[in-house]
Structures are given as structure tokens and as C-alpha cells.
Unconditional design. Sequence first.
Length: 97
Amino acid sequence: MANIKSAIKRVKIAERNRLRNKAYKSTVKTLIKKCLLAVQAGEAAQGEAALRLAYSKIDKAVKRGVLHPNNGARKKSRLARKLKQLEAPAQTVAPSA
């Protein structure tokens, strides 16, 4: 444990921030999981709603510095791609003449 007053304060602040960041990351993971489960179940409307919530929380985490901007963009891109695959009908390849 630190002996200097300012160092003690920094330790307390760092712990408080760590717990806040942990809560944000946990919430983001939960919302991503809900979105993926809806997509897996084939429920496009529920997946769309879950996607909106996940996007919002990811953006807030990026804004607050919990996630790196590229990390947030990657998570959003992967979610959108999964949902897009669900909405798009299976395309058949026509033989070329």
C-alpha cells in the first residue's frame, strides 16, 4: 500500500474506475450475447432491438474510454454482419450459361 497521501488517493480512484469499467464491459458483453441469441433463434425483430441497445452501450463505453474506438467499431460491425445474414435470404448460385 502506498504511503504518500496523493498515491493513496490515486489507488482509490484507480480501483473505483476499474470497477466502473468492469461494469460497462460486463453490460456490453451481456447485450452482445442477447443480440447473438436472438439472431441464432431466427428472431429478426428482437435481434434488431437488441442490436440498438448494444450499439448504444458500446458507443457510451467508447465515449467514456472503457473501450478503444476500434474495438467498439469491430464489435458493432460483427453484430451488424450477423443480423444482416439472418435478414438476407439464402442466395442460390445460378449456373452461368
